[in-house]
Design a protein around this ligand. Structure first.
Ligand code: ADP
Ligand code: MG
Length: 215
């Protein structure tokens, strides 16, 4: 899989639009088991990225991801700001001097997710964004090992992200603000898992559209 930095501008807009289109629904999720600010926090960061997208798209992937991470850290706030920020800063550092074919990207994303888990002291199963990020990271490793075709990979990334998001419904939150409600969080999807899925699905769907042969 080849990466073209010009793509980045479109991917940022797609991610921001996916979150905006679902803003009310995600706010309701965060109101149920958190403090309701997750979407507003995240939209502040995405808006900053949308404004800087042309400049970001000029950078090599490694630098662009580090810059994205720093913008998210300084604009989003809340637990998710430092965690999404960490994801991208770590991906950027790990992408330095690496070929970004499917295996290279799978390794970079795995490193980013490992850094999020370290930063949040979180494992999968604790009802957070990690329940979307980790299955996607694991799937990408399988896809790379099997040299799966790009259209298959993108479809499957979407499916795995949706399944990870949905899996948080039955989990008990043990990390972040939601952990204060413990057992009462069962039955609610985690807001950060939902926005992670929305952004990953939007990116995968746009890449799928762009890599499809012209009809
Ligand atoms: P806050 O909880 O500080 O208000 P946000 O509302 O912006 O922050 O983000 C909440 C989301 O952050 C949660 O839905 C969850 O997905 C994620 N989150 C919170 N704490 C952690 C953690 N320790 N590890 C991973 N993700 C976390
Ligand atoms: Mg919140």
């Amino acid at each position: 899989m080849q990466f073209n930095p010009i793509l980045l501008s479109g991917l940022i807009v797609a991610a921001a639009e996916a979150v905006s289109a679902n803003a009310e629904a995600v706010t309701a999720l965060d109101q149920a088991i958190g403090d309701g600010d997750h979407v507003v926090n995240l939209q502040r960061g995405l808006q900053a990225l949308v404004e800087q997208r042309e400049a970001l798209a000029q950078l090599p992937w490694s630098e662009a991801w580090q810059k994205i991470g720093m913008v998210l850290m300084s604009t989003v706030g809340g637990a998710s700001g430092s965690l999404f920020g960490t994801l991208f800063v770590s991906m950027g550092k790990s992408a330095k001097d690496k070929p970004l074919d499917l295996q290279g990207f799978a390794d970079v994303f795995a490193q980013g997710v490992a850094s999020v888990k370290l930063r949040g002291r979180t494992e999968a199963g604790e009802k957070t964004m990690v329940d979307v990020l980790q299955p996607v990271a694991e799937y990408l490793q399988v896809a790379a090992a099997q040299s799966q075709a790009l259209p298959t990979v993108l479809l499957e990334v979407d499916r795995v992200a949706v399944a990870g998001m949905a899996s948080t419904r039955d989990m008990v939150a043990t990390k972040g603000r939601a952990s204060f409600m413990a057992e009462r969080t069962v039955g609610h999807i985690d807001a950060g898992a939902k926005t992670s899925q929305l952004m990953i699905s939007a990116i995968a769907n746009l890449l799928a559209k762009q890599s499809a042969p012209p009809s």
